[in-house]
Design a protein around this ligand. Structure first.
Ligand SMILES: [Zn+2]
Length: 247
């Protein structure tokens, strides 16, 4: 479980491979997605890639109910927060864990994002960050996000969250924390309602993030398929035509 290394998008933390993704103006580098659409949040940072050991540790907490895992994950989240902290305002920042719907909360017995956030801010200068776990509410249960496209994820989450205490966010900068950033749909929806409630900036920190696979894998695959098609024997290529002709 090592921190993410190499170039990442300066806004969403996605891994960057293309040299074109890096700054034209020398200041910041953005992934293709953030170049097309400005994120609702100011910046998202994650500690590690959502795979192997880190993924297992998160599952241990979420599905295995092993609460002490939150302390280890909290230390990782603290590092993700540290990457953002220099940009935080001098006064305190409200730390808002992505909430669970009460039904899910009852089933699981705890909100993993809240446990991790609590553990993370323990080691940070007192007073700078304070946990506000009742500011944001999950109004309705949402279907599992697994297997959905990012557009479907956004639709699935629309209207899922509500700011219960507007005073806590109005005119302030807030930090949304969660265990995993997958497509960013969840934290973006949280950021959207928080901004609407008056938050001036929404920062995002997660323990893990799904990252693009290496550029090699991405680039080789289509080229390989092209070659394969070229190499098909003529007879095989003509089979469908012959069949079509024969009715
Ligand atoms: Zn990005």
């Amino acid at each position: 479980m090592r921190p993410i290394s190499g170039g990442v998008c300066s806004l969403c933390g996605e891994r960057l491979f293309s040299p074109y993704a890096f700054a034209d103006d020398g200041s910041e580098s953005r992934c293709g997605l953030c170049r097309r659409v400005e994120p609702v949040f100011t910046r998202a940072a994650a500690y590690g890639s959502y795979e192997s050991g880190l993924r297992e540790l998160i599952h241990l907490l979420k599905y295995g109910g092993v609460r002490p895992a939150a302390n280890v994950l909290g230390r990782m989240l603290r590092e993700a927060i540290a990457a953002l902290q220099d940009s935080f305002p001098a006064d305190s920042v409200a730390v808002i864990p992505v909430p669970l719907h009460r039904t899910k909360l009852r089933q699981r017995g705890f909100n993993q994002a809240e446990l991790i956030a609590r553990a993370a801010i323990k080691g940070i200068a007192p007073g700078r960050l304070h946990l506000c776990s009742t500011v944001l509410e999950r109004k309705r249960e949402t279907a599992s996000q697994i297997g959905l496209t990012s557009h479907q994820r956004r639709e699935n989450l629309r209207g899922a969250f509500r700011v219960a205490q507007t005073d806590a966010v109005n005119g302030r900068e807030v930090l949304v924390v969660d265990d995993v950033y997958t497509t960013g749909a969840t934290v973006s929806e949280c950021a959207r309602v928080l901004r609407r409630a008056g938050a001036t900036k929404v920062w995002v920190a997660t323990v893990a993030r799904t990252l693009k696979v290496s550029a090699q894998q991405v680039e080789i695959r289509p080229a390989y398929n092209e070659d394969e098609r070229e190499e098909l024997p003529d007879a095989r290529r003509e089979v469908p035509l012959a069949r079509a002709a024969g009715g």
